[in-house]
Design a protein around this ligand. Structure first.
Ligand SMILES: NC(=O)c1ccc[n+]([C@@H]2O[C@H](COP(=O)([O-])OP(=O)(O)OC[C@H]3O[C@@H](n4cnc5c(N)ncnc54)[C@H](O)[C@@H]3O)[C@@H](O)[C@H]2O)c1
Length: 191
């Protein structure tokens, strides 16, 4: 069976992505890589308990060896990267975990994926994608009369959370420009 690899697939947005994806009748399987912090909840995925298309691995994205093993075993055609420390207030009280997961974790994942992707056959390489889920908060705050953010808005992160996500966005961009890794970044907003 073909697979995609999803990080943070037991979290709020990631779990809904996993359920939506597997609701498609001919969907590829998912390797769901999640550390199960306070924010992860496998109960959201209870309906997939007997679904062989869903492989769950309790793994930290900072664990390079574990990521290498999963990529080698499942040979995913894409990586969808949701895993993050994501709550602004928690980042004010304890920024260290945000730097670790959002920056070091994204870096570790990029390194693992780069090595995997570089060894793929050329035609498989061309179709591969690394989708990085980021946030509109990297652009700062909007006043009531300000124009909307766009792809050309300057980065202006205001919290340790948004600064760590901004750093991860820059790493993802750099891996495209430096190594050619096919990446996409979405700076979505959850209103
Ligand atoms: N929720 C929002 O309002 C919002 C808005 C815009 C962007 N985003 C982004 O979307 C993504 C998902 O957000 P969410 O609200 O679902 O987050 P969430 O906090 O609900 O879930 C994050 C998931 O990542 C996992 N995780 C945390 N650290 C990990 C690590 N080191 N290794 C592996 N897994 C780890 C957690 O266990 C959890 O399941 C994040 O990258 C976030 O920055 C969220």
């Amino acid at each position: 069976m073909s697979h995609i690899l999803v990080t943070g697939g037991a979290g709020f947005i990631g779990a809904n992505f996993v359920l939506d994806w597997l609701a498609q009748p001919r969907a590829d399987g998912i390797v769901n890589v999640d550390k199960l912090t306070y924010a992860g909840n496998l109960k959201t995925l209870a309906s997939l308990e007997n679904d062989k298309r869903h492989v769950f691995s309790r793994t930290d994205i900072c664990d390079r060896a574990a990521l290498d093993r999963l990529l080698a075993e499942y040979r995913p055609s894409a990586v969808v990267h949701f895993a993050a420390e994501s709550h602004v207030d928690r980042s004010i009280h304890g920024p260290g975990e945000f730097v670790q997961t959002n920056i070091v974790g994204t870096f570790t994942l990029l390194e693992s994926v780069r090595a995997y992707w570089a060894a793929l056959k050329r035609e498989v390489q061309a179709g591969f994608r690394f989708l990085h889920i980021s946030t509109d908060e990297v652009f700062g705050s909007l006043g009531a009369d300000d124009p909307r953010f766009s792809e050309t808005t300057a980065y202006a992160p205001n919290s340790p959370y948004s600064a760590s996500k901004a750093a991860s966005d820059h790493l993802v961009r750099a891996y495209h420009h430096t190594y050619g890794l096919p990446v996409l970044t979405t700076n979505c907003c959850c209103a």
